[in-house]
Design a protein around this ligand. Structure first.
Ligand SMILES: [Zn+2]
Length: 114
């Protein structure tokens, strides 16, 4: 007798799986699964783990599968960062050279008499 089909007779406490109690012919019964939960068979067929393990599995598969895409992304980010750094470096260098050369533009245009 399977647990999910087992019934407890209310009159004589016989456990059976029929519509009527085979001992006392009573029709009042309660399924045993009311007190003893039966695990799902389909869930048992596929070995499931905890939700945390599923999250870890997804993380692992994400980190290992698209390696080339990730490399390309990192390369683009690196090139952009290098380009920005070089541009800022050149700009600051030009400003420093401009400052070193001496007179600012305002001072040279003030000569009226010439
Ligand atoms: Zn009975």
């Amino acid at each position: 007798m399977q647990l999910r089909r087992a019934r407890l007779c209310h009159d004589c406490e016989e456990v059976h799986d029929a519509q009527q109690c085979p001992t006392c012919a009573s029709e009042t019964f309660t399924f045993i699964t009311r007190w003893v939960p039966v695990p799902e068979r389909r869930a048992r067929a596929v070995p499931t783990t905890s939700p945390e393990a599923e999250v870890y599995r997804q993380l692992i598969s994400e980190s290992s599968a698209p390696t080339s895409a990730r490399l390309i992304k990192q390369a683009i980010i690196g090139a952009t960062t290098l380009g920005l750094a070089g541009w800022m470096w050149q700009r600051s260098k030009a400003q420093m050279q401009k400052g070193d050369s001496g007179a600012p533009d305002d001072g040279s245009e003030t000569g009226e008499g010439t």
